[in-house]
Design a binder for this molecule. Structure first.
Ligand code: SF4
Length: 97
């Protein structure tokens, strides 16, 4: 697993999770662990799906065309629980702005 930058707790207002659509299988571990409801599982947008490599397209199709979205990303507290919980290593924390 890739090591995440140790930026949580020090500056929570500038940390946001990003989901790699080529890795996410919509298993919802992030939804279960996030204390501030950042995530929801949605149907992958057509334009996102269209731009994925063939193997990723097949994987997402096989898992019901689901992916994690971050409609409440601004609420992120930078705890890192989603990064640790994701079985596909699809989530990263990045500085916003
Ligand atoms: S780092 Fe913590 S608060 Fe931010 S999205 Fe992940 S689980 Fe939620």
């Amino acid at each position: 697993m890739e090591k995440q930058p140790n930026i949580s707790r020090r500056a929570p207002d500038i940390v946001r999770p990003t989901v790699d659509p080529a890795r996410c299988e919509g298993k919802a571990a992030c939804v279960a662990v996030c204390p501030v409801d950042v995530f929801e599982i949605v149907r992958i947008p057509d334009e996102t799906y269209r731009d994925l490599p063939l193997l990723a397209k097949f994987k997402i199709w096989a898992h019901g065309m689901k992916t994690a979205a971050t409609p409440n990303a601004a609420a992120c507290e930078g705890c890192g629980l989603c990064v640790s919980a994701c079985p596909e290593h699809a989530i990263r924390l990045q500085r916003a702005g």
